[in-house]
Design a protein around this ligand. Structure first.
Ligand SMILES: Nc1ncnc2c1ncn2[C@@H]1O[C@H](COP(=O)(O)OP(=O)(O)OP(=O)(O)O)[C@@H](O)[C@H]1O
Length: 289
């Protein structure tokens, strides 16, 4: 099938986060969630952020998307300060945001129609993207008639039709069963490789993070800051069947797991149930690796 770039001209943006702090509440009720955080989301790269559950990742997404403002520090998109939400950035959330009363096709066309662009070009693009995400035969089905993986693919198509400069994804495959999740990794990785759209992808799954990332940002416990940045210099296209057999993948995985374990233990000692679950699941992962 023709690559995405044959139908959509991609203009990849770049984001720079400098010394960002974010607190909620004031005085005695102040909660520091993000502390002196600096990183960049490079043009045409897939940057993955991983950190303990509850550390502040979704808060960072809200800041990058412009839904919230930092308490201090700056966030730039292509050198200009982010002052609010914009069409140049698009967020795909954990929860399905498909409208249950609309078919797959209508969900994908939602953005263009909302902008008054219900023309032949947009309709052709919607059909192309339906094909691209393997939902041609499901174009007239409603979300509840689709499997979890199909819903996530419909959602990706709905995001891609809006052609943002930066795609921001907040644990988009959370909640899928293990097999669907792994299929989505390969699927999503191939889609990304076709477009090389600047992407910021947040997850708590180390295998997902490694398989997808060009650059991995490991976050600390709350208040979160960058604990380490690792370039995942493993060639693309990547195939899950042999990816984790490689030395480099395992070397990065062990480094990341050890840092994440340290961070999760800090919040565990603070009594967080989420951190306790995280420590337990990562201990199991380390044994498997
Ligand atoms: N609007 C808000 N007001 C007060 N506290 C908030 C607000 N939004 C987030 N928080 C707090 O910030 C902390 C970090 O939350 P956030 O959702 O950013 O973490 P996360 O790393 O994305 O978590 P998870 O991995 O579980 O999705 C939590 O303790 C949360 O209660």
């Amino acid at each position: 099938m023709a690559p995405i770039t044959s139908k959509i001209s991609i203009s990849a943006g770049e984001m720079v986060v400098s010394n960002v702090c974010k607190s909620y509440g004031t005085g005695l009720f102040e909660k520091k969630v993000v502390k002196d955080c600096s990183f960049s989301v490079e043009r045409g790269k897939l940057t993955v952020m991983i950190g303990p559950s509850g550390c502040g990742k979704s808060t960072l997404i809200k800041l990058l998307a412009g839904f919230e403002k930092p308490t201090s520090g700056s966030i730039l998109l292509n050198g200009k300060p982010v002052t609010g939400p914009g069409r140049d950035r698009l967020v795909v959330f954990q929860e399905s945001a498909l409208f249950p009363w609309m078919t797959s096709y209508d969900n994908i066309m939602y953005g263009p129609i909302a902008r008054g662009e219900n023309d032949q070009k947009a309709r052709d693009l919607a059909e192309f993207l339906l094909d691209k995400v393997g939902l041609r035969d499901f174009r007239s089905k409603y979300p509840m008639q689709l499997s979890g993986g199909m819903q996530r693919r419909a959602e990706l198509a709905r995001a891609m039709i809006n052609n943002p400069e930066v795609m921001i994804l907040d644990e988009p495959f959370r909640g899928l069963d293990a097999m669907s999740k792994e299929l989505m990794w390969e699927y999503y990785s191939a889609l990304y490789e076709e477009s090389r759209r600047t992407t910021f992808f947040v997850t708590t799954d180390i295998d997902e993070a490694l398989f997808l990332a060009d650059r991995l940002i490991i976050m600390s416990n709350i208040p979160t800051r960058v604990r380490a940045t690792i370039e995942v210099d493993i060639p693309r296209p990547r195939k899950l069947a042999d990816f984790f057999l490689g030395d480099r993948a395992n070397e990065v995985k062990m480094t990341a797991l050890s840092l994440l374990h340290e961070e999760a233990m800090k919040s565990f000692s603070g009594g967080s149930k989420a951190a306790a679950d995280f420590v337990e699941s990562y201990a199991r992962r380390s044994q498997r690796a």
